[in-house]
Design a protein around this ligand. Structure first.
Ligand code: PEP
Length: 250
């Protein structure tokens, strides 16, 4: 049995004071529940040190929302993987759809960021997902397959064994419209087929694939009941301890 992952992407919400308070509340809930699930908090960069302090001594892990593809140098405004590791970060999102579509990150940049994460000992959560128009024109499978293929091309098997993928249909993110468990599960199956093609059966079976897109306490149990769904990446519903903890698999 793979360990399920529940990750909360706080996006550009919560400063270091409110973030630390929420992290403490979540840690208390996670530690009391003694769940086998891996819980990850992903605050904004400036909130990260306070959250790292708040989770110290608990089972809860931290992650960052992005990193730069180089390890140091003249890259004003960017944050390197090593800086995140120094803060105790375990995870980092790579290629979140808000970065791909709002900020304009290309697949090529996402690939370089994925490598930077691995090089710096971070677990990358590689986000992939189709736009509504792509789903409606039946291109979703091709889009997601090519995002996975392009991002992971050339990785060694050992590197791929440290990757987590999050399937996040863009039309479901922040819209209140959750994918059905069947639709999410079908796409997770596609991602696993690509992983098998690139890295073999064992690697594909080992790969954790999270679902993200308006997941809430009401929709989480049915999503998590799908054998193909290894956990959830949660945005809006991760900003309150009660709703986030309400999605934790028991
Ligand atoms: C996300 O930002 O990764 C996400 C899934 O957001 P939401 O849950 O708000 O759709």
């Amino acid at each position: 049995m793979k360990r399920k992952i529940l990750a909360g992407n706080w996006k550009m919400n919560l400063d270091h004071l409110s973030g630390a308070a929420l992290a403490k509340e979540i840690c208390a809930g996670v530690d009391a529940a003694r769940s086998a699930c891996e819980v990850v908090l992903i605050p904004p960069f400036t909130t990260l040190p306070a959250v790292a302090g708040a989770v110290r001594g608990s089972a809860v892990k931290t992650g960052a929302q992005d990193l730069y593809c180089e390890d140091e140098g003249a890259y004003t405004g960017e944050i390197a993987g090593g800086m995140l590791r120094a803060l105790g970060c375990a995870y980092v999102l790579v290629g979140h759809s808000e970065r791909r579509h709002t900020i304009g990150e290309s697949n090529a940049l996402v690939t370089r960021k994925l490598r930077a994460a691995l090089r710096n000992g971070l677990i990358p959560i590689l986000c992939v997902g189709e736009l509504l128009a792509e789903r409606e024109s039946r291109k979703a499978v091709d889009i997601v397959a090519s995002q996975v293929r392009e991002s992971c091309e050339g990785l060694e098997g050992e590197e791929f064994s440290r990757v987590v993928v999050a399937y996040e249909p863009v039309w479901a993110i922040g819209t209140g419209r959750t994918a059905t468990p069947e639709d999410a599960s079908d796409m997770h199956g596609v991602i696993r087929i690509i992983a098998k093609e690139l890295f073999g059966t064992a690697a594909a079976e080992h790969l954790p694939i999270l679902y993200g897109g308006s997941a809430k306490p009401e929709t989480a149990p049915a999503l998590l009941a799908e054998p193909e769904i290894d956990g959830l990446l949660v945005g809006g519903a991760s900003l309150k301890a009660s709703s986030f903890l309400g999605m934790m698999p028991r």
